[in-house]
Design a protein around this ligand. Structure first.
Ligand SMILES: N[C@@H](CCC(=O)N[C@@H](CS)C(=O)NCC(=O)O)C(=O)O
Length: 221
């Protein structure tokens, strides 16, 4: 067993963390927590991560949670991997953290509204979903404007923010968001997915789906 273990679920937001680890090239174990079967609320998992969420990253037995924080940490711990851009100016240097937090704290809750509206209401989930779709459409327009100017979120260089942004809009699409109306995002998605570190991440997820017989269609991962 590696001294790094990622607690994850295929297609969920730990995909971004897995992609970061693959990009770094460090050895790690992918541990499947079946969130569809509520395994994240089992006594065993709660003892490890009291928040009951994935991702959780175990490093030498110490657990770190919160995707944005984990990614910022991995960038610091493995600077040569180039997960995030850097600048001498402190303000500029902080921009990538701004983007990571935006992905986890603004976009992610919105896509939950789109994908799992029933978790937000005892009333009609359709209203919650419509509201989420409307909110996400504004963000998708912003992402399209930003990405129209270059190949990646930061112009000509890939970063883990590309994968996080991608994870958000592709997950919204799984919940019915009309991604085809945003051709810039469709093109960006193809670039993100073509990267070898993404392909290795996908291979890990597909292996997990098979090993645990998860109710996930491999064609839409
Ligand atoms: N704030 C956390 C949120 C993590 C999160 O919501 N993870 C989802 C998967 S994408 C999860 O664990 N869902 C299971 C549940 O909420 O029961 C982060 O950004 O890491």
């Amino acid at each position: 067993m590696s001294n790094i273990v990622l607690y994850a679920f295929p297609g969920a937001c730990p995909r971004v963390t897995a992609n970061a680890l693959e990009e770094i090239g460090v050895s790690f174990d992918y541990y499947t927590v079946n969130i569809r079967a509520d395994a994240n609320h089992s006594a065993e998992y709660l003892a490890l991560n009291r928040k009951g969420k994935v991702p959780a990253l175990s490093m030498d037995g110490k657990i770190m949670t919160e995707n944005a924080a984990i990614l910022a940490y991995l960038d610091k711990a493995y600077p040569r991997a180039g997960l995030l851009p850097h600048a001498d100016d402190m303000f500029e240097d902080n921009q990538a953290l701004v983007d990571l937090v935006w992905c986890s704290a603004t976009l992610h809750p919105m896509i939950r509204q789109v994908r799992a509206p029933q978790k937000f209401t005892v009333g009609d989930p359709a209203d919650v979903q419509t509201d989420g779709m409307k909110k996400f459409a504004k963000e998708a327009a912003f992402m399209s404007e930003r990405l129209a100017g270059g190949k990646w979120w930061y112009g000509d260089r890939w970063s883990i923010v590309d994968v996080y942004v991608y994870w958000n809009y592709s997950t919204a699409a799984k919940g019915g968001f009309p991604l085809k109306d945003y051709p810039v995002l469709v093109d960006h998605a193809a670039r993100v997915r073509a990267r070898p570190s993404f392909q290795r991440t996908l291979a890990r997820e597909l292996a997990a789906v098979k090993e645990h017989d998860l109710p996930i269609d491999p064609a839409v991962l």
